[in-house]
Design a binder for this molecule. Structure first.
Ligand code: GLU
Length: 448
């Protein structure tokens, strides 16, 4: 049999050859593949059955035209995507992203990550992702609705509670999910709640879903720090972004006594020496959908640095919750030099490979996205459970389930790393644990 390292290398070369120009997808595939040599040595059946080769090829990919009319009556054409990557563990599950940077490569990197993330939750969900290059910034409520309706008019035929269950991601929140669900219901003439998650409470959504990714991130971080006998209490934190993930990570950090000094959006960052005021942040971002620069009009001691690099601020804990590749090698060095002891990823793939290398060498606690931000999709699966049983759970019950799931993800990653002789390496622990689960299911299901 081919030695593990050679096989991994050739599978990676093949990914690059077959998916030209898809740099984000190459990066995500590379990160997972490079963790797997010890697994292939231990389980030769994965190599014999070409599990790696099969995993790197999505089961199905859909690309479609999304025509829609803006408020002036002008016709606009966007591109829609859904990559149904792997359904060995359950229906394809993963969010939709509406952002001008969305391309097939971005959707594939997200879908690939999602397979392992979803496996780590221990819940019956496969991996998929979708979205559009549509830019919701500055669009009216009616334009957003028309876009969502057009998007769903094409996508609906691929969805279903046992087939593919989208949710939100960047640019897609409760409002958009509701419009998408409304159109799905209208076209299919079926109130199939569990076909979309992240719905509002009036339309069979779940409590805690909005908070889930941010809360879950901090539950994971807290467990990672407690394992090192460190308490979050009074630690200074920097949280990039100011969407749902960032806002509710900040809220949970506050509950646990940590102090968040800065957050950001694509315009720049705000620093508040008294700590970020959550009510102000919520009013700006969730209330009137404003820009982060506005924060200083409400809080006099704060300053706004336009186009500033948030990672230049000294902190003990850094939570990247904005977007992919937002921390590069230099940023990572700066964080470590300024005394950072922990990083947990709220966004998907926010640290470049160079940044991860710096964090590893500095031996800081590093929680990779596919483990640390799994709380969102885990709570989506809890929403599916509630929908399937026509039930709705209390905030407390749902939040406790989320916390248990995040702590169990932590423990699985930790113990897998230990088992493979790389104690404390959550990157490899997460990749290995997620991979073994999916690969085993694929083997048992036969050649599909
Ligand atoms: N977009 C989120 C993620 O990256 C949530 C996906 C979902 O709830 O299906 O995991």
């Amino acid at each position: 049999m081919v030695p593990a390292n050679e096989l991994i290398d050739s599978v990676y070369q093949e990914v690059v050859r077959r998916n030209p120009g898809e740099s984000e997808f190459h990066q995500a595939a590379c990160e997972v593949l490079m963790s797997l040599a010890p697994v292939l040595v231990k389980y030769p059946e994965f190599t014999e059955n070409k599990i790696l080769e099969r995993l790197c090829e999505p089961e199905r990919q859909v690309i479609f035209r999304v025509p829609w009319q803006d408020d002036k009556g002008t016709i606009n054409i966007n591109r829609g995507f859904r990559v149904e990557f792997n359904s060995a563990l359950g229906p394809y599950k993963g969010g939709l992203r509406f952002h001008p940077s969305v391309s097939l490569s971005v959707v594939k990197f997200l879908g690939f990550e999602q397979i392992f993330k979803n496996a780590l939750t221990g819940l019956p969900i496969g991996g998929g992702k979708g979205g559009s290059d549509f830019d919701p910034k500055g669009r009216s409520e009616n334009e957003i609705m028309r876009f969502c309706q057009s998007f769903m008019t094409e996508l609906y035929r691929f969805l279903g509670e046992y087939t593919d269950v989208p949710a939100g991601d960047i640019g897609v929140g409760t409002r958009e999910i509701n419009y998408l669900f409304g159109q799905y219901k209208r076209i299919t003439n079926r109130y199939e709640s569990a076909t979309l998650t992240g719905k509002s409470l009036h339309t069979t959504g779940s409590l805690v879903r909005t908070e889930a990714t941010g809360y879950g991130l901090v539950y994971f971080l807290d467990k990672m720090l407690r394992t090192k006998k460190i308490s979050l209490d009074s630690l200074t934190c920097t949280v990039s972004g100011s969407g749902n993930v960032a806002i509710f990570a900040i809220e949970k950090l506050h509950h646990l006594g940590a102090k968040v000094m800065a957050c950001s959006d694509s315009d720049g960052y705000v620093y508040d020496k008294n700590g970020i005021d959550l009510e102000t942040l919520k009013e700006i971002k969730l209330g009137y959908r404003g820009r982060i620069g506005d924060y200083i009009n409400h809080r006099k001691d704060a300053y706004f640095k336009e186009h500033g690099n948030i990672w230049e601020i000294p902190c003990k804990v850094a939570l990247p919750c904005a977007t992919q590749n937002e921390i590069n090698g230099k940023d990572a060095q700066m964080l470590v030099k300024n005394g950072c002891i922990a990083v947990a990823e709220g966004a998907n793939m926010p640290s470049t490979p160079e940044a991860i290398k710096v964090f590893k060498e500095a031996n800081i606690a590093f929680g990779p996205a596919k483990a640390a931000n799994a709380g969102g999709v885990a709570t989506s699966a809890l929403e599916m459970q509630q929908n399937a049983s026509r039930d709705s759970w209390s905030f407390e019950y749902t939040n406790n389930r989320l916390k248990e799931i995040m702590e169990s993800i932590h423990d699985v990653c930790y113990s897998k790393a230990e088992e493979f002789g790389i104690k404390g390496d959550y990157v490899q622990g997460a990749n290995i644990a997620g991979f073994i689960k999916v690969a085993s299911a694929m083997l048992e299901l036969g050649l599909i």
